[in-house]
Ligand binder design. Structure first.
Ligand SMILES: NC(=O)c1ccc[n+]([C@@H]2O[C@H](COP(=O)([O-])OP(=O)(O)OC[C@H]3O[C@@H](n4cnc5c(N)ncnc54)[C@H](OP(=O)(O)O)[C@@H]3O)[C@@H](O)[C@H]2O)c1
Length: 329
């Protein structure tokens, strides 16, 4: 299966109105593929948008008939407090639409040949010592995170969420469709509203120092490589199952923040100890896990298949993102 202008693909993206979805839709649209985003709307774009509610079957099922690829990205944003209500929403907005898509696929005469479903690199354990790949990586739980402490219950909860998400995706048989779970790290885009924008704001305000003890690894990926990697996965029909979407060189938070400061030409940044970070994240209605958990994740399967990263290392990626940010501004 290939796409590029001469053999355009039909690509359907449920949940494709968000940060990653917009970027992917633009990428495939610009290379000549036919993109349809399923949205609870209202949402308009230069590509086709079709309404769905993410809960019930409807006319939207037709968009999947004989499509080449489905890329499912629905999910309530993870940057919130893990209250009982938010946990229910985080769970239902991922597992519900995944199950619904299985129902839809079962009704199709010609289902898409490839279904890629969002997943998250946070499925792996907090690791400072050993890289986590798809083959030997270990799932998180209540692993030790220091000599005296084990992973907090909230970290374990997100791991269980991602495991349930992948289980809902992989368990039902689907003999005519290749399936890939996208174990995604932080996707960094030079656009307002995303993680790169937040980190850049902190750096420019002089607050972009080391977070916690700074030893925790950051798994990240430049948005250009994310889109290119999905195009690569579409072409490589031998690849199925879970795939880590992360740059090959994750790095400790201390070095990550230093490189970002350098890219912005800001010499210093106020460090944030773990206790202060917990307070700050509470005030921002988010969770410190997003910054303190060590995600030492590497893209073994992409590398083994020969994927060439345009931005394998963070300093070059950070410089490029800052350059694009300034250009847009
Ligand atoms: N961005 C990252 O760095 C990252 C990292 C790891 C994993 N992921 C995962 O990748 C996926 C896409 O990420 P993103 O950053 O693009 O997310 P996003 O900006 O929050 O967009 C996700 C989309 O999901 C839809 N949605 C939200 N709540 C929903 C619900 N209750 N039912 C059905 N649909 C709902 C929304 O579309 P409509 O309102 O148009 O329906 C929204 O545009 C998510 O599942 C996320 O967890 C992202």
């Amino acid at each position: 299966m290939s796409g590029s202008g001469t053999h355009p693909l039909r690509i359907v993206i449920p949940g494709g109105s968000g940060q990653v979805g917009r970027m992917l839709a633009r990428f495939f649209h610009e290379r000549g593929d036919h993109v349809t985003v399923l949205t609870r709307g209202p949402y308009t774009a230069p590509w086709t948008t079709v309404h769905w509610d993410g809960q019930t079957l409807g006319p939207w099922v037709e968009t999947l008939e004989a499509a080449d690829v489905c890329i499912h990205l629905s999910g309530r944003r993870i940057d919130c407090r893990y209250t009982a209500r938010h946990r229910r929403e985080l769970y239902d907005s991922r597992i519900g639409p995944t199950r619904l898509l299985h129902e839809a696929f079962a009704r199709l005469a010609h289902p898409p040949r490839l279904w890629m479903n969002a997943s998250a690199a946070t499925i792996y354990r907090h690791s400072l010592d050993q890289p986590m790949d798809e083959i030997t990586g270990e799932f998180g739980g209540n692993e030790p995170i220091s000599r005296h402490r084990r992973a907090p219950e909230k970290w374990n909860w997100t791991v269980q969420l991602v495991k349930a998400w992948e289980e809902a995706f992989f368990a039902p048989p689907l003999p005519r469709t290749r399936r890939i779970a996208l174990r995604t790290s932080l996707v960094l885009s030079p656009a307002p509203g995303g993680v790169f924008a937040v980190l850049s704001y902190l750096v420019r305000a002089g607050l972009g120092g080391t977070a916690g003890n700074g030893r925790q690894f950051v798994a990240w990926m430049h948005e250009a490589d994310y889109a290119r990697a999905l195009a690569f996965l579409i072409e490589h029909e031998e690849i199925e199952g879970p795939v880590n979407l992360a740059a090959p060189h994750p790095l400790p938070n201390r070095a990550f923040m230093a490189a970002l400061r350098e890219a912005w030409n800001v010499p210093n940044g106020l460090p944030t100890p773990a206790a202060l970070l917990a307070l700050g994240m509470f005030l921002l209605r988010s969770e410190p896990e997003l910054i303190l958990k060590s995600r030492f994740v590497i893209p073994r399967r992409l590398l083994d298949a020969g994927f060439a990263f345009q931005f394998p290392s963070w300093p070059e990626a950070a410089s490029d993102l800052v350059r694009q940010w300034k250009h847009r501004a």
